[in-house]
Design a protein around this ligand. Sequence first.
Ligand SMILES: Cc1cc2nc3c(=O)[nH]c(=O)nc-3n(C[C@H](O)[C@H](O)[C@H](O)COP(=O)(O)O)c2cc1C
Length: 164
Amino acid sequence: MKQIVKALKQLNSGVVLVAVASETHKANAFTAAWVMQVSFNPVLLAISINPEHISYDIFKEGRRCTVNILEQSQMNFASHYGQSGIADKMSLGTWVASSGGVPVLQEALVSFECKWLNEVAAGDHQVIICEVIASKVFNEGVAMLYRDTENMDGSAELVAGVDK
Ligand SMILES: Cc1cc2nc3c(=O)[nH]c(=O)nc-3n(C[C@H](O)[C@H](O)[C@H](O)COP(=O)(O)O)c2cc1C
């Protein structure tokens, strides 16, 4: 594995499922590691999303998402929601609609419901700044770390530019 790929995994991000819904699309969710808190007041999260993902257009239209933190043993969730275009994607797990109509994963450690505020272009991704409007702690446990997912996201093939 390239040093840069190994090094980036030490940034120590957790692994979440970002779920989205809108009036004209079926609900969807994708695995994400590039999610972080960026403000206390208001509480804001930044979510980095590849605009080619099916979830991006749904998120942009619906303007709402939930961020559901996975527990370290839930690799099957990370892997399932890390694939695009699979039939009946939302079939894994127990999803219940939030007050804003976005799916919330009952098996998650924690879930945040968020409202899209704005987006910033960042290379091959878009960073969406969202305000947290609700949160719920569902389960106790240890959060999954990005580095534990090894090359599940194909980053060894995707990282460009630095080859040291
Ligand atoms: C561990 C892991 C972390 C990932 N992190 C992100 C991320 O932060 N942002 C992103 O846009 N895609 C990320 N992905 C890729 C998406 O989950 C994947 O491309 C997914 O198929 C997109 O689903 P969709 O097209 O149904 O929206 C990650 C995948 C894995 C397995």
